[in-house]
Design a protein around this ligand. Sequence first.
Ligand code: AGP
Length: 610
Amino acid sequence: MCGIIAYAGHQPATPIVLQGLRRLEYRGYDSAGLAFIQQGIIHSIKASGKLDALVDKTSVSSNPLLATCGMGHTRWATHGVPNEINAHPHLSNDGAFALVHNGIIENYRELKDELIAKGYVFYSETDTEVLINLIAECRKSTPDNLRAFQAAVKRAQGAFALVLLCRDEPETIYATRKSAPLLAGIGAGENFVASDVTAFLASTRRVIFLDEGDIIRITPNSYQVLSLEDLRPLEKKIHQIEWDIQSAQKGGFKHFMLKEICEQPQVLRSALAGRVDLEAGRVRLPELEGLARPSRLRIVACGTSYNAGLWASSLLEEWGRIPCVVEIASEFRYRKPILGRDELVILISQSGETADTLAAMQVARECGCATLGLCNVIGSSLAREVDRVIYTQAGPEISVASTKALCSQMALLTLLALYWGQEAGALEGDRLKKLLADFSAVADTLEKHLPKLRVDVELFSLRVAAARNVFFLGRGRNYALALEGALKLKELSYIHAEAYAAGEMKHGPIALIDPEFLTIAIAPHDELFPKTFSNIEEIAARSGPILAITENGGDKHLRGEIKWDIPPLADPFTSFAILPMLQLLSYEAASYLGKDVDQPRNLAKSVTVE
Ligand code: AGP
C-alpha cells in the first residue's frame, strides 16, 4: 500500500523521484505527490489520479529541476478519500517539514486533539498530517531535527514507513519503518530510500534492508543507520541485488501482466534449478537441512498465495505423507488456533509484506511452532522474520494481479511434497524419478504451447467479456485453480465471478443457472473427470452456457460446450498449463473491456494494512 521514494544526490531530484514513483505505482495509484527544497522553501506538488497527472503538473510547475534532494509518494488511500488535499507529502503548519507515509497511525485521533489544543490547523483527513505537525511540535523542545523525528515517531502507534524532509537541512533525508517495508539504496554520490528496490534499481543494486525501529539519515555522500530507541549507530550489511532493471520493465509486452504470464516457463526452470537432480532422482532443499520432519503442516496466506497453498495441500498429504491444513491469514490470526509444537507453519507471500500473513507468523511463533516462509521478495519482512525461508525466485512481479508468483509458489510446494515423500521413503521404486522427469518437462511444454494459448484465448475471452456473472468450477486441485480463475476475473474485469467445488453446485448455487450465467468448468481428463462431467451435464440441462477447459480425452464426452484444450502434461502438472489459461482469459477479457489491467481499481499490490 503506497509507494515511497526519496533521493539525495547530485542530479536533479524530481525526474529521479518521478521515475521511482513510476516503478512503485503498482503499490497504490489513486493520487501521487512529491516534495523538494528550493531557495529555502519546501515545495510540494500533488495530483489526484494516476501518476501521469503528477507528471503533467510537475512539468508546468516553477522549475523544480534544480533541487537535488527530494521525495515522492504514490497513494492507496486509508484515511480520507483519494484527492489532492489528502495526497502526500504533507507539510507541517510552519512549512519547516514534509512527510510521506505508508501505513496507518492508529492513535492519530488523540494526537490530533492534542495538537488542535495547541493551535495546529489540519487541512487534510489524513493521519500523516497529524504526525508531521507532531514532528514540528517536538522540534520546539529537541536540539535537532533527528531528535524531533525520533520523539514524534516514538509516540506513534501502528504500522508505518516514513520519510522526512527538513527545510533547514536541504540535502538530508530521514526515514524510519515499523511493520511496513523500507530500504535504502547506496549509490556513488547519491543515496535512496524506497519501499521497494525496483524504485532505484536503475541507479544502484546495493541495498540496506532496514529493520524495525531503524532510523536512517542519507545525504548525497553519506548514510547512517541509527536505533530509534536511543540513536545508537548501527552496523548494516549492504546486499547486492541480483534483479536487473530489465526484469522490472515491460520488455516489449503491452502490459506487465502479459509479460509475467509469459515468463512462467522461465519461472518454473528457475524454481527447479539446483533443486532437482534428475539423474539421482532426488530433490535437494538445503533450506530445510536439519529441520525435523513435521507432524502436521499448517499453510497460512492471503489471496492468490492462499490459493497456492490450497492447490498444494493434497500433494503434501499424498506424496509428502504429512497432514496439511490451509488457512486464510486474516482469519487465522484472530481465531486463537491450537497448534502443536511439532507442527510446521508455512507462510506464503509474494511480497513478504502482507500484514495479515506477518501477523499469522507471529501467532505461530507464540504457539512455539517452527515457521517456514515461501517468499518472492528478497529481504522482505517475512523473509527476514521466519525461521527458514525458501525464495520462490520468480523475479519482480509488477502487475498488481499476481500471476507468475503463483506458478513459482506451486512449483516450490510441489518440490516440498516430493522432498518430504522422498525423506519418508513414501515414493517407491522409480516413482520419484518419473515424477521429477515429468515435472522438469513442464517448462518446455508450456513454452511450446503458450503462443497457441494466446491465440486461442482471444475467441474465448470475448464470451467471458460479454458475461455479467461467471462460475468457475473444479474438483480437487482444480477447485483451487477455480478460485484463482474467479479472483483474477473479478480483479481485472470487474465481472462478478465465484468459484465452487463442482460437487457443491447442486447444494444451492445451481439455482442461479440460466442461459445468461456462464460457467467455466476446469475438467482435465483425470480420475475426477466423470464426476466433473456429471456436474457440467447438470448445468447444461438447465440451459447454462459452459466453457470447458479440458483435454482431448474429455472432448468426446462434452457435446454442446465450448471446449478449450489443455496442453498435454501428466497429472498433476496439468495445473501449470491450466493456470496461464485462466490468467490469459481474464487478461484478454479485461483488455477487451478497456480495463486498466496492470492497475485494477481499488487494489494495491502489497497489502500492508489489515
Ligand atoms: C492477487 O492477484 C492479489 N494481488 C492478492 O490476492 C495477493 O495475492 C494477496 O494480497 C497476497 O499477497 P502476497 O502474496 O504478497 O502476500
